[in-house]
Design a binder for this molecule. Structure first.
Ligand SMILES: [Zn+2]
Length: 287
């Protein structure tokens, strides 16, 4: 045993340890995109931990038929949860043509539920899907744009290395009235382009990463009333806990960083994001 080994074990153990709860927000805000099914454990405990720091609403996002059904069940059980249902652009191409048709049929059925407020995540990902899967990916994206429009739901877009193609497909199909660019990954120019189209940009923990100045420039360029914040938990944990498990209770870290980047008052930013969330996905609590 070398002397360095205990240190390495300690570091590895820290990687699996959930970060401590941040200081609570004064004005509540939402997590616009999370995957509590992937986070694991008891979702009710995660919802409670988030509410305790001022993250009192969240959007549970499906990526395939099973996780979309899970999202709807969770949203029916918790007044602070609404659901998005969809086929992820890296999952859709793995299905055979008849399987994809059947999956889209189920997604459309789920989209009718009153607790489902968005279709997605859908979109394009040329990072993980190779050329052989691109046409199925695009077909699934087009079909989900149509479902969002037919049911009057927001469209939640996953865009990885595909900015121009996302805009091309949306232009060809005609974008629904409400489009959310989840985990916004473009620069200031793309943020302005999306802003001109009325899209809402959702910023994740990546905006806090040291190697992402382009995301902070994008956030600075994004109008406050077209901005959302998300965890994409369990992924993309904000600084200073990058690499450790993410969950909705860590939203305060990202929203504080956004307020600093935009040089705006934290409470006012939370109020604006909250109002945008209600406009896009809400209301959570139906009277
Ligand atoms: Zn996601």
């Amino acid at each position: 045993m070398s002397e360095q080994e205990p240190d390495r074990y300690a570091r590895a153990a820290r990687r699996d340890t959930p970060p401590p709860a941040p200081e609570p927000l004064v004005v509540p805000v939402l997590d616009s995109h999370t995957h509590l099914d992937v986070v694991g454990g008891d979702p009710a405990a995660q919802i409670e931990a988030a509410a305790a720091v001022g993250v009192d609403r969240l959007v549970q996002v499906g990526t395939d038929v099973e996780s979309s059904q899970w999202a709807v069940r969770l949203a029916r059980q918790h007044p602070g949860v609404v659901a998005a249902v969809g086929l992820h652009p890296n999952d859709a191409p793995r299905l055979s043509a008849p399987e994809l048709d059947e999956a889209l049929r189920v997604i459309e059925e789920l989209a009718e539920d009153s607790r489902v407020r968005a279709v997605g995540e859908t979109g394009l990902d040329t990072f993980r899907t190779g050329p052989e899967g691109r046409s199925a990916q695009e077909a699934a994206f087009r079909a989900q744009i149509a479902i969002a429009k037919r049911h009057g739901k927001a469209l939640v877009i996953h865009d990885r290395d595909a900015h121009a193609d996302i805009l091309r497909v949306l232009d060809e199909e005609g974008a629904p009235p409400t489009v959310v660019m989840h985990c916004f990954s473009g620069d200031a120019e793309f943020a302005r382009e999306c802003g001109r189209r009325g899209f809402v940009l959702s910023f994740a923990g990546t905006v806090t990463f040291r190697n992402a100045p382009h995301l902070r420039e994008a956030a600075a360029a994004c109008p406050t009333d077209q901005m959302l914040v998300e965890t994409d938990a369990p992924f993309l944990t904000p600084m200073p806990y990058r690499g450790r498990p993410n969950a909705p209770y860590l939203i305060p870290l990202t929203v504080r960083s956004l307020a600093q980047t935009k040089a705006v008052d934290l409470d006012q930013l939370c109020a604006a994001i909250s109002a945008t969330g209600e406009r896009v996905f809400g209301p959570w609590r139906v009277p």
